[in-house]
Design a protein around this ligand. Structure first.
Ligand SMILES: NC(=O)c1ccc[n+]([C@@H]2O[C@H](COP(=O)([O-])OP(=O)(O)OC[C@H]3O[C@@H](n4cnc5c(N)ncnc54)[C@H](OP(=O)(O)O)[C@@H]3O)[C@@H](O)[C@H]2O)c1
Length: 311
């Protein structure tokens, strides 16, 4: 809550030169993701904005190009509420690029009224977790070709909002919907997915892919569109940090040479680039595999062409 007082272990100035690196950032036309795109472009990274809104995203691409001078900034449309769109995004990406070094799974939605994705999956679970699970696994073979690949799954301290079990089989049941608890579950899923993917990479001896997760801080962005305006006003006035500060922790995990030097894998970081521990269900021993198997089965049921995780 009081990220404003946290110590700074990373700064924009510490981002190394990213010439030759290619990055995808979901939800990068606003908020924390936009700052990541901007700062990485400044350091000569080729940045692909993976976003839903074409008009808004193309304007941001032009802004980043003109303000950083980096012309290697691209937009490829993705709608995380449609699993078919994830596959179409990956096909479009692979038709333009042969390499991927950094994937920041940043896009998210917080506490909306109940709604289902095109595939009939509750929208917070669908957007924040299922879509990013599929995106990551479709891109993993390409990431594996990088000498120092980074995957950052943006979670939240909201994963600590208490709940006893994920209750995955009723996650899309409107009668069981609690918009606060479902947000917490989706953000716990980001951590559980990170832990299970890191375990699988290690089990297969894959050394060059580093997957980690973070809480960016309580950040003043459009994420609060579904929270009461009075509460948001109080938060903004008192405790919320800027999107620039909110971007630092995921930029650390995505770009710092320390990740490779210190072999940081499957870890949870908080502002500003500080290691921490997840809590509640996100810390449990069995939930990473349970979530992985449930999500794989769910995607196979919804996407006929999905052959399963390559790991
Ligand atoms: N802000 C905070 O206090 C805070 C705290 C903890 C964690 N986080 C996490 O930080 C991440 C970034 O959030 P933010 O604060 O920067 O929020 P934001 O300003 O609301 O940005 C969210 C981004 O996600 C995109 N998005 C949402 N649904 C999508 C969909 N179906 N398909 C494609 N893109 C979609 C949005 O695009 P549209 O414009 O098309 O909706 C937007 O670009 C989220 O994962 C959030 O959970 C934020």
């Amino acid at each position: 809550m009081f990220d404003i007082f946290a110590s700074r272990k990373y700064s924009f100035e510490q981002i190394p030169d990213l010439t030759g690196k290619i990055a995808i950032i979901t939800g990068s036309n606003t908020g924390i993701g936009k700052v990541c795109a901007f700062e990485m472009a400044k350091k000569n990274c080729t940045v692909i904005l993976a976003c839903r809104n074409k008009e808004k995203s193309e304007a941001v691409v032009e802004q980043i190009k003109s303000e950083t001078g980096n012309q290697n900034v691209d937009f490829i449309q993705i709608n995380l509420l449609k699993l078919a769109s994830i596959k179409a995004f990956v096909d479009a990406f692979l038709s333009r690029y042969q390499q991927l070094d950094i994937l920041i799974n940043n896009a998210g939605v917080m506490m909306p009224p109940f709604g289902l994705s095109e595939d009939g999956i509750e929208q917070q679970f669908a957007t924040n977790h299922v879509a990013h699970h599929l995106l990551t696994l479709l891109l993993l073979p390409t990431l594996q070709q990088s000498s120092d690949a980074r995957i950052v799954n943006v979670s939240s301290m909201g994963h600590r909002i208490p709940f006893r079990r994920l209750d995955l089989h009723s996650i899309s049941d409107p009668k069981k919907y609690n918009r606060i608890v479902h947000y917490a579950k989706s953000k716990a899923c980001n951590i559980l997915f990170t832990r299970e993917l890191a375990r699988r990479l290690e089990a297969q001896g894959i050394q060059n892919v580093f997957v980690n997760t973070n809480h960016p801080g309580a950040v003043s962005t459009e994420l609060y569109r579904y929270t009461p305006s009075f509460a948001t006003y109080i938060l903004r006035s008192l405790v919320l940090i800027t999107p620039e500060d909110g971007a630092l922790t995921q930029l650390y995990l995505a770009t710092s040479p320390e990740i490779k030097e210190k072999q940081i894998r499957g870890q949870f970081y908080v502002p500003y680039g500080v290691p921490s521990q997840p809590g509640g269900v996100a810390a449990s021993a069995d939930a990473p595999l349970e979530l992985w198997e449930f999500t794989e089965a769910l995607i196979k049921e919804k996407v006929a062409s999905y052959e399963g995780a390559p790991i």
